[in-house]
Ligand binder design. Structure first.
Ligand code: NAD
Length: 462
C-alpha cells in the first residue's frame, strides 16, 4: 500500500491543504493499493490561481513550441506505456491486454494527434476585410470519470494545451493513480509550471469547487448525466463555456442483408469490452424479426465465450447498480439467455457477461445506461420501426449499422440521432469528432473539432 501525499500544482508536488485521503481499491481483489489526498476548496483555488498565472505565457508560446512539448509528452507516455497499463489494470480492473492497447495506446495516439494539430492548425484566417485569430479560451477545469481514466484526461488536456489554454484536472476518485503518472509525464515533457495542474479529490468537494471557481473559463466534464446537468447549470449560470460528455444507450442496427454472425459477434464484443463500462457501447442490438431467434442464439453463445475474460466492474457500488438493472430486466419480462445477477467469483466486483432477449423499447434496460456487461436484443418489424427504436431514447452518442450494401447502411445512419456511427464494423478513428446528440452531451472531443472547443475567435477589420 502506497500513501501518496502530494498534488501536482504549479509545477511541483505539494502537500494537500487538508488531512483527508481517498483509498484506491483494486477491483479484482478488493484490496486497498494506495491512498491519495482528498483535495479541498483551498487546493482547487491554488491550482486555478497557478493556471491563471501561467496562462499569458502559454497562450503567447508559438504553436510550434506547444507542439514540441506535446510531442515530448507523447514520447514520455510511450516510454511509460507498461507502467500506464499496469496502473490502469490495478485501479480499474481491466485485463492487462486491454490496458496496453486501449487505456495506454489511445491516449498516446491522441496526444500525438494534438502535437501534429498544434503545428499545422490555422490559428489565423482571412475572411473579406477581416483577419480572424483563434485564441485560447483561458483556464480549463476538467472533471473526468474512471472508465477510460487516462484517455478522458488526455482528450481534454491535449487539445487544451495545443490551443494555448492552461488546465486543472480533477480525476475520478476510483482512478487517481494513472492521473498522477500523467502529471509526472507532463513535468518531464518540459511543460511550464502552472500550465497543467492536478487536484485529486471527491466530486462534491473538489469537483464542485472547480465547477464553481470564478477563475475557470471553460468547464469540461465527462461522466453521468445527473452530475453533468448539475454542474453544467452552475457553470453556465456563471457564463463559463461548458463541454459535457455524458451517457449513452447506443443502437447496433443489423439490417436484413448484413452478415449476421459478424454483426452479432462484433456487437457482443463491443458491449463486453471494458466490462461494459463504455459510454459509447452498443448496448441495444436491433434485429429484424425474421432473423431474431438466430441472432439471440449467436449473441448468447458469444457472451458465454467471454466467461472469465472480462475484468470486474470498478467498485462495489457499480456492481450493485448493474445487478439491480439485471434484476429489473427479469422483473419487467425480458428473457435472460446468458449471464445473470449472480457474481461468478468470490472476490472482486465481477458480473457475468449478460444477454437479454425479448426486450421491448420501453423497458428500463432498453432506456437507461447500465454501464456493465449487459446487452439487450430487440426485435424490429421493418426499417421505419428500427429507426424509431434506435432514436427512441434520450441519448445519442454512438451506434452501428450493418447492411449488405454500404450505401443502404449510410442512408440509415444519416437518419440516426447520434454523434458517431460505425458502418459495417468501421474502426475507431482518434481524429473523428466524438460527442453526443440530445442528452448525451454538449460539444465534441478529438481531432480538429476537439481543438476548436478550446478556442475563441477575435476578428480584426481592415
Ligand atoms: P459521476 O458523474 O458521479 O463522476 C464523474 C466525475 O464527476 C468524477 O470525477 C466525480 O468525482 C465528479 N463528480 C461527482 N459529483 C460531482 C459534483 N457534484 N460536482 C463536481 N464533480 C462531481 O459518475 P460515477 O458515479 O462515477 O458513475 C455513475 C454513472 O455515470 C455510471 O454508472 C455511468 O452510467 C455514468 N458514467 C458515464 C461515463 C461516460 O463516459 N459518459 C463515465 C463514467 C460514468
Amino acid at each position: 500500500m502506497k500513501a501518496h501525499d502530494g498534488m501536482y500544482i504549479d509545477g511541483a508536488w505539494r502537500p494537500a491543504a487538508g488531512p483527508d485521503v481517498i483509498e484506491v481499491v483494486n477491483p479484482a481483489d478488493e484490496r486497498v493499493i494506495a491512498t491519495v489526498p482528498a483535495g479541498t476548496v483551498e487546493d482547487v483555488d491554488a491550482a486555478v490561481r497557478a493556471a491563471r498565472a501561467a496562462l499569458p505565457g502559454w497562450a503567447a508560446t508559438p504553436p510550434a513550441e506547444r507542439a514540441a512539448r506535446l510531442a515530448a509528452l507523447r514520447d514520455g507516455l510511450v516510454a511509460r506505456r507498461d507502467e500506464i497499463a499496469e496502473t490502469v489494470t490495478a485501479e480499474l480492473g481491466s485485463p492487462l491486454k486491454l490496458s496496453q492497447t486501449v487505456h495506454a495506446g489511445v491516449p498516446i495516439a491522441v496526444t500525438g494527434s494534438y502535437a501534429e494539430l498544434a503545428a499545422t492548425y490555422a490559428f489565423e484566417e482571412r475572411t473579406g476585410n477581416s483577419t480572424v485569430f483563434h485564441e485560447p479560451v483561458g483556464v480549463v477545469g476538467a472533471i473526468t470519470p474512471w472508465n477510460y481514466p487516462l484517455h478522458q484526461i488526455v482528450a481534454k488536456t491535449a487539445p487544451a494545451l495545443a490551443a494555448g489554454c492552461t488546465v486543472v484536472v480533477k480525476p475520478a476518485e476510483d482512478t487517481p493513480l494513472v492521473a498522477r503518472l500523467f502529471a509526472r509525464a507532463v513535468h518531464e515533457a518540459g511543460i511550464p509550471a502552472g500550465v497543467f495542474n492536478l487536484v485529486t479529490g471527491l466530486g462534491p468537494v473538489a469537483g464542485q469547487a472547480l465547477a464553481e471557481h470564478p477563475g475557470v473559463d471553460l468547464l469540461s466534464f465527462t461522466g453521468s448525466t445527473a452530475v453533468g446537468r448539475r454542474i453544467g447549470a452552475i457553470a453556465t449560470g456563471m457564463v463559463k463555456k461548458v463541454a459535457l460528455e455524458l451517457g449513452g444507450k447506443s443502437a447496433n442496427v443489423i439490417l436484413p442483408g448484413a452478415d449476421l454472425a459478424r454483426a452479432v459477434n462484433v456487437g457482443v464484443a463491443n458491449v463486453m469490452s471494458n466490462s461494459g463500462q463504455t459510454c459509447s457501447a452498443w448496448t441495444r442490438m436491433l434485429v429484424h424479426r425474421d432473423q431474431y431467434d438466430e441472432a439471440v442464439e449467436l449473441a448468447a453463445a458469444a457472451a458465454a465465450k467471454y466467461g472469465d475474460r472480462i475484468g470486474p466492474l470498478v467498485n462495489a457500488g457499480q456492481r450493485e447498480r448493474v445487478r439491480g438493472y439485471i434484476e429489473k430486466g427479469v422483473a419487467e419480462g425480458a428473457r435472460l439467455v446468458a449471464g445473470g445477477p449472480d457474481s461468478p467469483h468470490e472476490r472482486g466486483y465481477h458480473v457475468s457477461p449478460t444477454v437479454f432477449a425479448d426486450v421491448t423499447p420501453e423497458m428500463t434496460i432498453a432506456q437507461e445506461e447500465i454501464f456493465g456487461p449487459v446487452l439487450s436484443v430487440l426485435r424490429y418489424a421493418d426499417e421505419e420501426d428500427a429507426l424509431r427504436i434506435a432514436n427512441g431514447t434520450v441519448y445519442g452518442l454512438a451506434g452501428a449499422v450493418w447492411a449488405g450494401d454500404e450505401a443502404e447502411a449510410v442512408a440509415f445512419a444519416r437518419r440516426m440521432e447520434t454523434g458517431q456511427v460505425d458502418i459495417n464494423g468501421g474502426r475507431f478513428n482518434p481524429l473523428a469528432p466524438f460527442g453526443g446528440y440530445k442528452q448525451s452531451g454538449v460539444g465534441r472531443e478529438l481531432g480538429a473539432h476537439g481543438l476548436t472547443e478550446y478556442l475563441q475567435t477575435k476578428s480584426l477589420q481592415f
